[in-house]
Ligand binder design. Structure first.
Ligand SMILES: NC(=O)c1ccc[n+]([C@@H]2O[C@H](COP(=O)([O-])OP(=O)(O)OC[C@H]3O[C@@H](n4cnc5c(N)ncnc54)[C@H](O)[C@@H]3O)[C@@H](O)[C@H]2O)c1
Ligand SMILES: N[C@@H](CCO)C(=O)O
Ligand code: NA
Length: 438
């Protein structure tokens, strides 16, 4: 590391690594193997000062003198930066608050923590002048948060929509290509190692909802937490839904959708939601297969932007962590700070029921005169306008496929509930929200 200038306080940047699992082990490896490159890029040597893991005795591959099970003590020791790759909220929140209060910068991939506690973390960072970076927390390797926080800071973002969970995208892509049901596809995903032992956070949409909260907060300069995000997972997606989507030239994706919504009186609010959506097969997000992520951003001046790449995995996620670490080191060298939390807009978060959405509804109905009129009347009673109706005759029943115009989600739900109770409706085959024009 000859010739590298030291940090502002005259020495190498000392890094505490909390967690050395899938992501942490890749960070440790790359940081050690490429130490000279990091020193050159950061403007100061970057030194691994300690590694906290749950069981140090299980890590013969790591230098024993660096290992500890006491993360809290490592945070309090003589380190400049804490890289947190443990996950979870307790005790991680305490460690990171302790680091920030002591003026130590934090780099984390922990979306669950950020989606609930960014405000506290950002306030602690501001009080001490430390940095808080978290590029790896959403869409792994894909540079997305820095573009939102910095490159687009001069624009007005209207929408961020995308595939931010690899596990569910893998499952839905496989259901689309094989026609198989959800349960058997989840088993296959587990067998191949894509789904975790406990896949709940992924398949029930918690992981994507945390990421949506982070994206909405940055895009709309407003504090949005995971509990503000409407969340539906993929466990209810059936082979019938996938089949119905195919008949319409669509496919099903689990999307995080964060929008700036303007009311008739001009008041702005934010909508943040995660749920399965039918999108046209020609849509840019439809071609995103397997465990990849893709996020589509719309801004007033920039227009449409698309971010695509690997959203998970040890080495792709480590790429984002190390980029943040270099940024922190550079800030230390020149004595500056990275971007602070920007929550000045403080927009209201709109409840799902008041969010404008469009529905696809597929029904098996009795094949006789007046049925279509009865169904249409229910839509009219709820002030829901129909965009298209397709009818196909079966044996004694007919299949009706209805796509609506935009309406309040609560009105659409009420319409579906009432239609299901009509005598002439034999079966509600599929109900799902749609995005994108046909
Ligand atoms: N794996 C991915 O693809 C991925 C992608 C993006 C973000 N993330 C996030 O990165 C973080 C780490 O994920 P991972 O997949 O590497 O997890 P992991 O389970 O593989 O590793 C966790 C590490 O934390 C250590 N640890 C657990 N409890 C500890 C304690 N009390 N004290 C000290 N160490 C402790 C474990 O020993 C282990 O080394 C999580 O926040 C996760 O959401 C992961
Ligand atoms: N479990 C997550 C990891 C990346 O955050 C996924 O499947 O996308
Ligand atoms: Na990212």
């Amino acid at each position: 590391m000859s010739g590298s200038p030291a940090t502002v306080d005259g020495r190498a940047l000392r890094v505490a690594l909390l967690g050395c699992g899938t992501v942490g082990s890749e960070v440790a490896r790359l940081l050690t193997e490429q130490a000279d490159e990091f020193a050159a890029r950061a403007g100061a040597p970057v030194e691994l000062a300690g590694i906290a893991v749950r069981r140090p005795d299980k890590h013969p591959e790591l230098p024993a003198h660096l290992l500890t099970a006491d993360a809290a003590a490592l945070v309090e020791s003589d380190v400049d930066v804490v890289v947190e790759l443990v996950g979870g909220i307790e005790p991680t929140l305490e460690w990171l608050l302790s680091a920030l209060r002591r003026g130590k910068s934090v780099v984390t991939a922990n979306k669950a923590l950020l989606a609930e506690h960014t405000a506290e973390l950002a306030e602690a960072a501001d009080a001490s002048g430390a940095d808080l970076y978290f590029e790896a927390s959403v869409a792994g390797a894909i540079p997305l948060l820095r573009p939102l926080r910095e490159s687009l800071a001069g624009d007005r973002i209207t929408r961020v929509m995308g595939i931010v969970n690899g596990t569910t995208n893998f499952i839905l892509s496989a259901m689309d290509s094989t026609g198989a049901g959800y349960a058997e596809t989840l088993d296959e995903a587990s067998r191949l190692g894509y789904a975790e032992a406990d896949p709940t956070a992924d398949v029930d949409g918690y992981d994507a909802a945390s990421k949506a909260a982070i994206l909405a907060s940055l895009a709309f300069h407003t504090r949005v937490t995971a509990s503000d995000v409407h969340r539906e997972g993929i466990a209810g997606v059936t082979a019938s839904d996938i089949g119905a989507a195919k008949l319409l030239g669509r496919t099903v994706k689990l999307l995080a959708i964060c929008e700036r919504v303007t009311s008739e009186d001009g008041t702005e609010s934010v909508s943040a939601r995660v749920h399965p959506v039918m999108i046209p097969r020609s849509h840019q997000l439809a071609g995103v297969g397997g465990a990849f992520n893709a996020v589509y951003v719309e801004a007033d001046a920039a227009g449409e932007l698309m971010f695509y790449g690997q959203g998970a995995g040890g080495s792709p996620t480590a790429s984002a962590v190390l980029g943040d670490l270099v940024a922190v080191a550079r800030n230390r060298v020149v004595g500056g700070r990275g971007p602070r939390e920007s929550a000045h807009a403080g927009l209201r978060v709109r409840p799902m029921g008041q969010t404008p959405t469009r529905y696809h509804i597929s029904l098996d109905v009795a094949d006789r005169a007046g049925v279509l009129a009865q169904v249409a009347q229910v839509f009219a009673a709820h002030d829901v306008s129909i965009a298209t109706v397709r009818q196909r005759d079966k044996h004694s029943t007919a299949s009706l496929v209805i796509v609506t115009h935009l309406a309040q989600d609560a009105a659409l739900q009420a319409t579906v509930d009432e239609i299901g109770k009509l005598d002439v409706v034999r079966e509600v085959v599929s109900v799902m929200r749609v995005e994108g024009e046909d």
